[in-house]
Every structure is written in structure tokens, then in C-alpha cells.
Ligand binder design. Structure first.
Ligand code: DP6
Length: 315
């Protein structure tokens, strides 16, 4: 190989979800989404890429496991990069910039691709939609864009990592089972069969995006929490509205929701937000360390280790 690069990319958690594409090939979404990028020293994806001289034998490992590069997505992404690549300058380089975004960075940097971050995010997007939001820290919006060629479907930073740094994110690993339906096929089935998804994308999300941006700007936790929980619940509602229905959450996920809802109601104002992606694992966001400590206590009380509903770990 000409070069082998290992890079780490932070994980991002969507608080206004991306679900549904208007273009499957270019990976263009049907609505804007907003995420928060986790501190890469806590949770990130490690990608290693080996690039062959003629690009015909490239290989890639995601968290140490080799993944086939034969999929059209990866090839599209590589093609874009190569088209922009100038000479290979360094033998070895690493960058700290989930998975595909990482590939973009690891290939872009050594090849001296002089692209601005928006352009890179549009290339990353073509690998996995949500990955484009990982190119920035802090709070990030992925603008759906209007252009057919996807040129305006890019990620932009709303606020950097220092803006709201007393937020604490706890991930409760509810089950280590592999997801039954991948996000890619799940959202395709939703767009094909759900009527609710159109209402969500056209009526609900645009308003929520404005409100969420405002909540982030003002560090307004109650509004941030209400919007995050509502959006997670609506995303799972559109999954249920899909035919056949998709179930990502399980009984433990539902119990966690009830627990947080009861607590928030008892306090009169939200203390903790929850959000669930295409799986049962809970992402819980508290507005400061004190509430996070209380939350951990509650989780341990309701889901004690070695019980039926034991959560595998809390990060
Ligand atoms: C529920 O980005 O994994 O996490 O674009 O098909 O690769 P593809 O899908 P992916 O979908 C993520 C969906 C989600 C919500 C989100 O992250 O916004």
C-alpha cells in the first residue's frame, strides 16, 4: 500500500432525528437534523484505511474489524475524494476528526485535499448520512438542502464544544444484540409505507429545528429536553407506522422513558432528556454533573446489576 492511516472520529447523537431520504444514492435527507458531538476522548470510532497505489486494493477496518469496501457507498465516497486529491505527500499521517467521516478525513488529509469542512461533510454524507455531523464538535445541524445534486446538503456547526459544556451525556447500553433492521433499510421502508413520516418531515421538524436552535443558543435546558424527548418519541412512532412496523426500543427502553418522565414531572421542570436511535440503548442528557450523579443512582436502583433488566454499562 501507498499508505495506511488510522484516525478517530467522535460519535454524534441526534436530538432532532434524520429519518428518511429524498435521494438514496446521494444520501440526501427529507428533513434537517441536529446533533451533539461527544467528546472524542470518551467515545469515538477508530478507522484504519490502507490505500493501494492504483486504488484497486484499498482496505478499511472499523474499530479493528475489517469491513468490505465493495459497497457502492464507499466507492462513491472514495471517487469523490480521489477526484479532489492532489499528490500524496506524506507516508504516514493521522488526524483526529463515526466511521465514514473518519475515512474522509484519513484520506483527505494525507492527500492534501484542500476542501473546506462543508465540502468534506458533503463527501462524508455520501458514506453514511449521520456521519457528516461528526465533522464538527459541539452542536451541529445537517441542512437537508434543496439541490438535486446535494451540493447544499451540508453540516454546519451551531455552537462549539465550549458553548454548553456543563451538559452530561450518559449512555445506558440496554442490549448488546445487533439491531434487527439497519437504519438504511428502516428509513427506506418508512418512506415507502408510512403516512406519518410526511407530516413529520414537512410540518413538525421544520418548527422543531427553529425551537431547538433557540434552546441551544440560550442554553435553555427545559426546552432542549422537551424537544429532544418529543423528537425521539416521534421518530419511534414513525417506525411503528412503518409496514411491517419496526421496533427499535424494548421493555427496558420503555421503562427508562417512564422513569425519566416521572422524575421530570415530579420536579416540575425537565432534569434529564432521553433520546433513542435505531436500537434500544438510551442516551440520557442531564444539565449538570449533580443531576447526572442522581440519574446514575436512579438507574442503579431501577436496573440493578445482575438483575433481569441489568444495563450492561453506563458511560
Ligand atoms: C436514527 O446515518 O445510519 O441515528 O444514511 O442510511 O447510513 P444512512 O443512515 P444513518 O442513520 C442514522 C439514523 C438515526 C438518526 C440520526 O442519527 O439522525
Amino acid at each position: 500500500w501507498v499508505l495506511m492511516v488510522t484516525a478517530q472520529t467522535p460519535t454524534n447523537i441526534a436530538v432532532i432525528k434524520y429519518w428518511g431520504k429524498r435521494d438514496e444514492k446521494l444520501i440526501l435527507p427529507i428533513n434537517d437534523s441536529i446533533s451533539v458531538t461527544l467528546d472524542p476522548s470518551h467515545l469515538c470510532t477508530t478507522t484504519t484505511v490502507a490505500v493501494s497505489p492504483d486504488f484497486t486494493h484499498d482496505r478499511m477496518w472499523l474499530n479493528g474489524k475489517e469491513i468490505p469496501l465493495s459497497g457502492g457507498r464507499y466507492q462513491n465516497c472514495l471517487r469523490e475524494l480521489r477526484a479532489r486529491a492532489s499528490e500524496v505527500e506524506d507516508e504516514e499521517k493521522s488526524s483526529s476528526a463515526a466511521g465514514f467521516a473518519c475515512l474522509v478525513f484519513s484520506l483527505a488529509k494525507p492527500k492534501n485535499v484542500k476542501e473546506d469542512q462543508s465540502k468534506l461533510s458533503s463527501i462524508a454524507r455520501q458514506g453514511s448520512g449521520s456521519a457528516c455531523r461528526s465533522l464538527y464538535g459541539g452542536f451541529v445541524k445537517w441542512i437537508m438542502g434543496k439541490e438535486k445534486n446535494g451540493s447544499d446538503s451540508v453540516a454546519v456547526q451551531l455552537a462549539d464544544e465550549k458553548h454548553w459544556n456543563d451538559l452530561v451525556i450518559i449512555i445506558a447500553v440496554v442490549s448488546l444484540r445487533q439491531n434487527e433492521t439497519s437504519s438504511t433499510s428502516g428509513m427506506l421502508e418508512t418512506v415507502e409505507t408510512s403516512m406519518l413520516i410526511q407530516h413529520r418531515a414537512k410540518e413538525v421538524v421544520p418548527k422543531r429545528i427553529i425551537q431547538m436552535e433557540e434552546a441551544i443558543k440560550n442554553r435553555g435546558f427545559p426546552s432542549f429536553a422537551r424537544l429532544s424527548c418529543a423528537d425521539s418519541n416521534q421518530f419511534h412512532a414513525v417506525c411503528l407506522d412503518t409496514s411491517p412496523p419496526i421496533f427499535y426500543m424494548n421493555d427496558t427502553s420503555h421503562r427508562i422513558i417512564s422513569c425519566v418522565e416521572k422524575w421530570n414531572r415530579f420536579e416540575g421542570t425537565p432534569q434529564v432528556a432521553y433520546t433513542f436511535d435505531a436500537g434500544p440503548k438510551a442516551v440520557l442528557i442531564s444539565h449538570n454533573r449533580k443531576t447526572a450523579a442522581l440519574l446514575l443512582q436512579r438507574l442503579l436502583f431501577h436496573f440493578p446489576p445482575n438483575s433481569d433488566t441489568d444495563l450492561n454499562s453506563y458511560w
